[in-house]
Design a protein around this ligand. Structure first.
Ligand SMILES: C[S@@+](CC[C@H](N)C(=O)[O-])C[C@H]1O[C@@H](n2cnc3c(N)ncnc32)[C@H](O)[C@@H]1O
Length: 404
């Protein structure tokens, strides 16, 4: 794939819509709604529940505005990436104690390494957690493996598991408790260097991904999958490549949060649940603006699931109490308020469905910029979708090997 052409084309499409994707809808409401073309909103308002759900999956039913249809299809084309479909099946014993998500990720990573990293003899895993990948790689490929993490507790759990299941596994696997930072760390840095060494980062959160890429200049093979983009700091962490700097997008904390959330295709039940959560949150926001204008934007926070199952008044009472506020409204008045703002809360929902359409494209821009950083330092780089989105939504992998 031509990373430069893809990044340039995506930024060209995304830049004009920055007022829409770079701001929070709720915090800036109602002014934030002005970024959404009237024709898009009119179309979204015309949708029934099935149409809204289709929009949530990127499908436009009926007669969408031509510019919206054209934009979504070009973004779909530009975010399409090859998928790695192979699986290295884990045995029952190997998968014991792993979540379905973790087992899926490990099966895909092992299968990828099996095919691409046959020249590798040793590896380092940055942010290796309990060392699942290290344990499986050293057993499957016979590599020596260093698993680095700053969380001593996680590593202890991993060590105990290793002692229980592979008493002799400690020979080739070494846990190192350390915080990996940019800048010189001679003892750690040596682990990232060597043509027969792989540098692996499976869900390196926030800037840890960039630390990995910078430390891996001397590695023979690099695999990076990022996550938690909302932990990045702008402009320090994006753009990082020379080419990216010539084609920057105005990433904000709100844009980073948009690309961080999971966005798989929802079942009918999941979609209905999401709509209810949004409806209660938005109505609560409108209520707090009306009753407590001096407080500005009030963060309702995550509520226990059960609170969304009952009426709005139950939810609102709980949130008001948590925030130490008293609206002096009866339950009947709270419920009537929610009904009175339904047209507005629906508009808020529709804006969110439209804004979500930009999330993957923004994520791909961020990852391409990281890929270009590797290319610019002489690596041959690929970008693949490694995991199934439903199981693991942060699924974009950068795979790099030395071209000389
Ligand atoms: C999202 S978890 C991924 C864990 C593991 N790779 C996995 O896939 O299960 C990120 C891990 O990185 C570790 N971590 C974050 N920043 C770090 C740093 N600067 N140095 C070392 N470890 C770090 C955290 O403690 C955490 O275990």
């Amino acid at each position: 794939m031509d990373f430069q052409a893809r990044l340039e084309a995506l930024t060209h499409q995304l830049r004009p819509w920055a007022p829409l994707w770079s701001r929070s809808i709720l915090q800036g409401w109602p002014a934030s709604g002005a970024a959404y073309p009237q024709a898009w909103l009119a179309y979204a308002r015309s949708l029934d529940d099935a149409g809204e759900r289709a929009l949530d999956q990127g499908v436009l039913v009926g007669s969408p505005p031509p510019d919206l249809g054209a934009l979504l299809s070009v973004l779909e084309e530009l975010t399409a990436l090859p998928c790695h479909e192979g699986l290295h099946s884990l045995s029952v014993a190997e998968a014991q104690g792993l979540s379905t998500k973790k087992a899926h990720e490990l099966e895909r990573v092992l299968s990828l390494l099996e095919r691409r990293a046959h020249f590798i003899r040793g590896a380092v895993d940055i942010g290796g957690g309990m060392g699942h990948l290290a344990r499986l790689c050293s057993r499957t490929f016979g590599w020596t493996f260093h698993s680095i993490d700053r969380d001593a507790e996680l590593q202890d759990k991993g060590r105990r598991r290793l002692e229980r299941t592979h008493p002799s596994g400690g020979d080739s696997l070494c846990f190192i408790q350390a915080s990996v930072e940019d800048g010189l760390q001679p003892q750690l840095d040596a682990l990232f260097s060597g043509r027969e060494r792989a540098s692996i980062g499976l869900h390196t959160c926030g800037p840890l991904a960039l630390t990995q890429l910078r430390k891996s200049q001397g590695a023979g093979f690099v695999l990076n999958i990022g996550c938690c983009y909302d932990k990045l700091e702008m402009p320090r962490d994006y753009p990082v490549s020379r080419f990216g700097k010539e084609h920057p997008l105005p990433f904000t904390p709100h844009a980073l949060a948009l690309m961080t959330r999971g966005r798989h295709h929802k079942t009918e039940v999941e979609f209905a649940r999401m709509k209810r959560v949004y409806a209660w949150r938005f109505a609560f926001d409108l209520l707090s603006r009306r009753c407590f204008p001096e407080r500005g934007f009030v963060r309702a926070g995550d509520a226990p699931r059960g609170l969304y199952a009952g009426g709005f008044s139950i939810y609102a009472r709980d949130r008001l109490a948590r925030l130490g506020l008293d609206s002096s409204m009866t339950d009947a008045e709270l419920d009537a308020f929610e009904v009175s703002v339904r047209a507005e809360t629906r508009d808020l929902l529709l804006c969110h469905l439209l804004r979500d359409r930009f999330a993957r494209a923004l994520e791909v821009v961020l990852v391409l910029d990281r890929g270009l950083l590797l290319e610019e330092s002489g690596f041959l780089v690929e970008c693949l979708q490694l995991f199934e989105a439903r199981l693991s939504p942060r699924n974009l992998a950068l795979i790099a090997s030395r071209s000389d």
